[in-house]
Design a protein around this ligand. Structure first.
Ligand code: CAA
Length: 257
């Protein structure tokens, strides 16, 4: 597949997607989101891939949905097209996805980063939901995922004022898992992705599913779900291998089985 708006590579067991519309600070148009989904489809099907990374440039992860593409749309077009359905699919992937964010992650860019399982930010990253400055509101999950990540006070502050948040503030408020120097962003992110990809894939997928369940259900239902998932992993050969390797003081050789 020839991509025009992204670059797609594999690095060992890691699938890497680089958003690549530098002339528009990686503004997310329909073509780009379609290409990201095509690349993700490929990585999800590829048994050799255990983790995916989405990144942008040093200046911008993505400066939002493409405003120029949206500006002339009417209400019926926007509502009937369900423009964000392909975006939703990014957030519903089974394999883990890390967002490696440098520079601007604004509007849809912040929302795309939040659809990933966690964010590693360069020290120059800036996050925000500035849609209010355009006379609209976030449309791809910003009001929901940001609120769950940072709480009501900060989410209201960002969504109502449109101000941007530094990497440090984003880390303190729980949006970002780690901050690294800009020069180390890709090496550190790939190290984390390789670590994930070296685990047993069934346990990785189930860990992701169980953590996400915490956002959907009551604590007791979540605990029951976790217990069932935990028990089910004892049906895998990788559980036997992982625990035998610990007892024998050696590295496990997981077979994703
Ligand atoms: N859509 C389309 N084009 C964009 C864009 C966007 N979101 N963000 C930047 N660009 C384009 C600019 O128009 C400019 O193109 P031209 O050279 O052809 O004029 C180019 O990228 C470079 O941008 P700037 O000259 O503005 O760069 P800057 O360094 O001066 O400013 C910025 C950077 C502060 C990020 C500024 O570009 C900006 O404010 N961008 C818009 C941010 C925004 O409002 N995002 C929310 C979009 S709506 C949304 O995302 C809805 C949703 O919930 C999904």
């Amino acid at each position: 597949m020839a991509y025009e708006t992204i670059l797609v590579e594999t690095k060992g067991k890691v699938g890497l997607i680089t958003l690549n519309r530098p002339q528009a600070l990686n503004a997310l148009n329909g073509q780009l989101i379609g290409e990201v989904n095509t690349a993700l489809d490929g990585f999800e099907k590829d048994a050799g891939i255990g983790c995916i990374v989405i990144t942008g440039s040093e200046k911008a992860f993505a400066a939002g949905a493409d405003i120029k593409e949206m500006q002339s749309r009417t209400f019926p077009e926007t509502y009937l097209d369900d423009k964000f359905e392909p975006w939703d699919r990014i957030g519903q992937r089974r394999k883990p996805i890390i967002a490696a964010v440098a520079g601007f992650a604004l509007g849809g860019g912040c929302e795309l980063a939040m659809m990933c399982d966690f964010i590693i930010a360069a020290d120059n990253a800036k996050f925000g939901q500035p849609e209010i400055n355009l006379g609209v509101i976030p449309g791809a999950g910003g009001t929901q995922r940001l609120t769950k990540a940072v709480g009501k006070a900060k989410a209201m502050d960002l969504c109502l004022t449109g101000r941007l948040m530094s990497a440090q503030e984003a880390e303190h408020s729980g949006l970002v898992a780690r901050i690294v120097p800009l020069a180390d962003l890709m090496s550190e992110t790939l190290k984390a992705a390789e670590a994930i990809a070296s685990k047993s894939l069934p346990s990785v997928l189930m860990a992701k599913e169980a953590v996400n369940r915490a956002f959907e259900v009551t604590l007791n239902e979540g605990l029951r779900f976790e217990r069932r998932i935990f028990s089910s992993l004892f049906a895998t050969a990788d559980q036997k291998e992982g625990m035998a390797a610990f007892a024998e003081k050696r590295k496990p050789d997981f077979k994703n089985a």
